[in-house]
Design a protein around this ligand. Structure first.
Ligand code: BES
Ligand code: ZN
Length: 850
């Protein structure tokens, strides 16, 4: 059966709302299957409107009745909402609807998670709660009354009154409906407070259901206070209410949501204890808490005019949380982490059928555009802007942005204009970063004569779906020149490339330098530079820019892996010695050394081979990666035990950057060591670990050598009661299963009594685990493709948003051989042909099939 053609929405069709809202009063009479929502909304005609149509969004609502200025009306109801021939003057609209939270498995709108009522309204979930102009350019002051037989009843803003079974809330800040939130349940808070620099005392709470999670709240609270202090110090932004609530919920589609004064978090993104969370979890939690908190200014006080402007809040807020993590931990390590994420997800997106600009110009389902391009590339664009204008003008531009647009629903044009006004620059060419999709390739050629070094640069962006021709972008290219001793003869200089081809000269040198190009990853591009491996090894040993030092090692490893795949090359001692030198260099941060030791992923190698014109075979890539790891382990044999011992952390566990870096290197060394000692050291670490980082690191090392059966069972026995830890148990087995057993392992876990298709964390553990097992997912039997398709078809009617996100596992399919492509096409067509497929998944499968 053919699903209906999706309806596309275009940026160029934007029109202002016909009516504005001054105030909203909502009353919720909670019931699991029969919640009544009574609304009273003060509308007035928008003087800037181009249309007079009174239309309110509404989805899956049981209409009880409506009135205008007290008189009952009979509006036109459709599957999308409500229309009425409303007065061309201010009026009060009232409606009563009924909704069923307990059967709402989409986790959008009002739903139930383990007996707790909660909401998720971004992007377009409020329309599942009541009839409303559910668009971000309609901002209003909300007052909310909640009636329900539950001890804790929360909404946005400040509490105004409460009694047995009811509570009233008022949020003084006008906001779009997507920032509305309600939580009701049996909850307990960890409470604290923060006094802002102007002396406002803010009460802080982190709420969980009682019975196990109480001890996991402390770290999040510290992260919240750090975030509040940082936004005051670095951006001059204070919090603007007397209360800030965070609630942890078990069933959540995303990581977390920035609802005004009432952030709702996936439990995995806020709850942590040393025994249950890894160092990576702690760092992620700190970043997500910061991110959602920072949205209070970049997203809530200044919101988006329409969803095409999503990067206005998300790109900027990601950029801010990246700065924060850099300040809290290590800028070098954070930059490398972010570049790895960008390359793995955003470059991948750009190279496939889902490529789109940072600001898309059309969409079918906005949920499908919360992507690496909007988020991560959106953050990179801001980083480039900051590099081009400098720190001082960046700070001035941000001040002007907050001054000028506070209370607005703004656009990317507004954002760029503050930079133009502060700096006098013309940013029209720079603005192409927002509208042009694809990853630019920067080809580097060099020449040297008579003391002058020349860099010949060429930029080129390959076509992407719907964009065949590309224009040159403004590229800030940070360059440093090193002499043969590794000393900087030209310190980091930012070249501003604006043409398709351009040459930059450096005169007055006493010898041919070695160039370190794109320092600190100054632009999100792929550098094509035919350096010799000797030059790369030199940079790995000497580059004064930590990012490029790491990247030199990365490029060496990638080049070697490709030669091993294509030419049966064996690892050369030059590479192995370079690695060994970094590993043994005690002056380097262990976290940095762990990153240098980490090889490109199998996914990276597949992409690199494809870029070079080959058809990657995941089975061969898997073999080659294993072979290289074994070579590295053997080459480092004598060093590994010493480094492992050096990485011992004394004293009680803390998730701080320094001990975390030691544990990261310790675990990396342990994984190599296991290839030589049959898992002896890993089994010991597993048995003696007092924290999840080391327990899981040991288990991973064992599973990687096809051992750890007993440890896996012990882990389940120890942690069976803890959902978040068990997610790791589910994910690890699938992601590390031998390729020919990956699909079978995933399938076996779906019949485990603790598998729950309705819980996105658990579904993602199993099928996200399958997806990252590149050789397993792409096993030539096609079992991985079929299993994922089966389960996406099952999930779609329950939770379209998570289905549509998970189907991106197929987005690299055009890289592979005809037989694999045929099998994937069959799987995708089977999904596409499912009757009643959701709009979310329908859009994604259509784009994937091209
Ligand atoms: N506003 C988003 C949450 C969201 C995403 C709501 C998609 C509706 C649809 C939130 O601020 C966010 O971006 N969360 C990220 C984590 C963040 C650290 C990048 C997430 O949930 O993954
Ligand atoms: Zn966000």
């Amino acid at each position: 059966m053919k699903n209906p053609a999706p309806q596309t929405i275009y940026l160029s069709d934007y029109t202002p709302p016909a009516y504005l809202v001054d105030s909203v009063h909502l009353t919720f009479k909670l019931g699991a299957t029969d919640t009544r929502v009574i609304s009273r909304i003060a509308f007035r005609p928008n003087p800037d409107a181009t249309s007079k149509e009174f239309f309110l969004h509404g989805q899956d609502l049981r209409f009880i009745g409506a009135r205008i200025d007290g008189a009952p009306i009979t509006p036109d109801l459709s599957a999308e909402g409500l229309r009425y021939n409303a007065p061309d003057a201010p009026f009060v609209f009232e409606a009563e609807v009924e909704i069923s939270p307990s059967t709402n498995t989409s986790l959008e709108g009002l739903y139930m998670s383990n007996g707790m009522y909660c909401t998720q309204c971004e992007a377009e979930g409020f329309r599942k709660i009541t009839y409303y102009p559910d668009r971000p350019d309609v901002m209003a002051v909300f007052t909310v009354r909640i009636e329900g037989d539950l001890p804790v009843l929360l909404s946005n803003g400040n509490p105004v009154a409460q009694g047995e079974g009811w509570a009233e809330w008022h949020d003084p800040w006008p906001k779009p409906a997507y920032l509305f939130a309600l939580v009701a349940g049996d909850l307990v808070a960890l409470s604290d407070s923060f006094t802002t620099r102007s002396g406002r005392k803010v009460d802080l709470n982190i709420w969980v259901r009682p019975g196990g999670d109480e001890a996991k709240r402390a770290f999040g609270m510290e992260a919240l206070k750090k975030s509040m202090a940082w936004d005051e110090e670095v951006y001059g932004r204070e919090y603007d209410l007397d209360l800030f609530n965070i609630v942890a919920v078990d069933d959540f589609n995303m990581g977390a949501m920035e609802n005004k004064g009432l952030n709702i978090f996936n439990a995995s993104a806020v709850l942590a204890s040393p025994e249950t969370a890894t160092d990576a979890d702690f760092e992620r939690i700190e970043a997500i808490i910061a991110h959602e908190y920072f949205h209070n200014w970049t997203g809530n006080r200044i919101t988006c005019r329409d969803w095409f402007q999503l990067c206005l809040k998300e790109g900027l807020t990601v950029f801010r949380d990246q700065q924060f993590t850099g300040d809290m931990r290590s800028h070098a390590v954070k930059r490398i982490d972010d570049a790895m994420v960008l390359r793995a997800h955003q470059f991948r997106e750009d190279n496939g059928p889902l490529a789109h600009p940072v600001r898309p110009d059309s969409f079918v389902e906005i949920n499908n555009f919360y992507t690496a391009t909007v988020y991560e590339k959106g953050a990179e664009v801001i980083g480039m802007l900051k590099l081009l204008v400098g720190d001082a003008d960046y700070a001035k531009a941000l001040d002007l942005y907050f001054d000028r647009h506070d209370g607005d629903a703004a656009t990317i044009e507004d954002w760029l204009r503050v930079f133009e006004d502060v700096t006098g620059r013309d940013l029209r060419q720079f603005a192409r970063w927002y509208s042009q999709a694809g990853t630019p390739r920067l080809t580097v050629n060099e020449s040297y004569a008579d003391g002058t070094y020349q860099l010949h640069l060429r930029q080129e962006t390959p076509p992407t779906p719907g964009q065949d021709t590309k224009k040159p972008l403004v590229l800030p290219i940070a360059v440093g020149l090193l002499n043969e001793n590794g000393a900087e003869v030209v310190p980091t200089t930012v070249l501003e490339m604006t043409q398709a081809e351009q040459t930059f000269s450096f005169a007055g040198l006493s010898g041919k330098p070695t160039a370190s190009i794109l320092r600190n990853f100054s632009a999100p591009v792929i550098v094509k530079h035919d350096k010799t491996n000797a030059e790369r090894a030199f940079l790995l040993a000497h580059d004064t820019d930590p990012f490029n030092r790491w990247d030199a090692g990365r490029t060496l490893a990638q080049d070697l892996l490709m030669r091993m795949v294509c030419d049966n090359a064996t690892p050369d001692t030059g590479f192995l010695n370079g690695l060994a030198a970094v590993l043994r260099d005690d002056t380097l941060d262990p976290a940095f050394r762990a990153l240098v030791l980490r090889l490109p992923s199998e996914e990276d190698t597949a992409q690199a081979l494809f870029d070079a014109g080959h058809t990657p075979d995941p089975a061969v890539i898997n073999d080659v990666h294993e072979t290289l790891k074994l070579h590295i382990a053997q080459h480092l044999q004598d060093t590994l035990p010493r480094i492992y011992a050096d990485m011992t952390v004394e004293g009680p566990y803390t998730p701080d950057a320094e001990p975390a870096g030691k544990r990261a290197l310790g675990n990396a060394v342990l994984a190599l060591q296991s290839k030589l000692d049959g898992g002896k050291a890993a089994a010991q670490q597993f048995a003696s670990a007092d924290n999840m980082t080391q327990q899981l690191g040991a288990l991973r090392a064992l599973l990687q050598i096809a051992k750890g059966e007993n440890e896996l069972a012990a882990f389940a026995a120890q942690w069976g009661h803890d959902r978040l830890v068990m997610d790791k148990w589910f994910a690890l087995q699938v992601s590390l299963a031998p390729a020919d057993q990956a699909a079978a392992t995933a399938e076996r876990l779906t019949v485990h009594p603790d598998f729950d298709i309705k819980n996105p964390n658990r579904f993602r553990a199993v099928f996200g685990g399958l997806r990252v097992n590149t050789a397993g997912f792409h096993h030539r039997s096609g079992a991985g493709y079929n299993l994922l398709a089966d389960w996406l078809i099952r999930l779609d009617p329950l939770n379209p948003q998570t289905t549509a996100r998970m189907i991106t596992a197929f987005d690299t399919w055009k890289r592979y051989d005809m037989e694999r492509q045929r099998k994937i096409r069959v799987a995708l067509e089977r999904i596409a042909g499912t009757s009643g497929l959701s709009g979310d998944t329908n859009e994604m499968v259509t784009r994937l099939l091209g």
